[in-house]
Design a protein around this ligand. Structure first.
Ligand code: PAF
Length: 275
């Protein structure tokens, strides 16, 4: 595995692979089994795999956990090596951002500012800005993103389409721990007691999916059921959208996503299920 720290060096190395398919997994590190599943899929579908680790400051709002965000470079390098990553790109901030007066990418005015974008205004501008930069540096054939960050995934797909980027964005299944909690780098912040409380989130999604399976398609009924299951948590939103992220009142099977954001202690968790 080659560990690359600068954009110039990465571009130089990638010249060797201009006739190969490149699979790309962008991350902010603190790698877990969810990331490893993206890397594995990328391996299966491409000649070489590039992983980036960059805790992107522009997607954190003032007062968010940028400084506290888990950084585990040495462990992450080992994980990537074991997962047979070909190139690990770990740029520093000055390499990715050249100054204060940069050309920026702006998330769409509605879809980028509802749900996660409403609670974290400007977050998706930062995500799209860094992903655009990373795509231009790596020029991947296929780029892999987890369905856990559903809104991020849909916005990246839209950016690729709207900006005519020649990249295939591959949505990958959300991975859960044995107890049902969706894998997230932020799970490390949870105490054992908080983790037990947090299990109400996947439980509520599962109970909604079960009801849908039994024929209940009315969103207000499903929402009430989910609120009850999560009554012990500080729920920020329970949302029902179609795959284009428009709000829905009735479930349409194969075209709906149920999303939850909740705080357990100081930790903010998101989860979802694609119906
Ligand atoms: O999902 C993430 O880890 C980040 O938002 C991403 C896509 C790597 C951009 O910083």
């Amino acid at each position: 595995m080659e560990i690359v720290k600068t954009v110039d060096e990465l571009r130089e190395i990638l010249k060797r692979y201009k006739n190969n398919s490149i699979g790309f997994v962008p991350t902010m590190g603190a790698l877990h089994d969810g990331h490893i599943s993206l890397i594995k899929r990328s391996h299966d579908e491409n000649d070489i795999v590039v992983v980036s680790i960059f805790v992107n400051p522009t997607q954190f709002l003032a007062g968010e956990d940028l400084d506290k965000y888990p950084r585990r470079d040495e462990v992450d390098k080992k994980i990537c090596e074991l997962a047979k990553v070909d190139i690990l790109f770990m740029p520093n901030i000055d390499d990715m951002y050249t100054g204060n007066d940069e050309v920026k990418v702006v998330a769409p005015a509605v879809r980028g500012y509802v749900l996660e974008g409403f609670i974290r205004p400007g977050h998706f501008d930062g995500v799209l800005r860094v992903v655009c930069k990373l795509f231009n540096i790596v020029k991947p054939t296929n780029a892999y993103f987890g369905k856990k960050d559903a809104q991020q995934l849909v916005l990246i797909q839209q950016m690729v389409k709207d900006l005519f980027m020649d990249i295939n964005v591959v949505p990958c299944e959300l991975i859960r721990d044995n107890d049902g909690l969706a894998l997230s780098s932020r799970n490390v912040y949870l105490t054992q007691e908080q983790r037990t409380q947090a299990l109400a989130i996947p439980k509520s999604l599962k109970s909604a999916a079960k009801k849908i399976g039994m024929g209940e398609l009315d969103v207000s009924v499903l929402k009430a059921l989910m609120s009850e299951t999560m009554s012990g948590l500080n729920v920020e939103y329970i949302a029902f959208v179609d795959r284009e992220f428009n709000e829905i009142n009735k479930i349409e099977v194969k075209n709906s996503i149920i999303l939850v954001a909740a705080r357990v202690g100081n930790t903010r968790l998101i989860d979802n299920i694609w119906i």
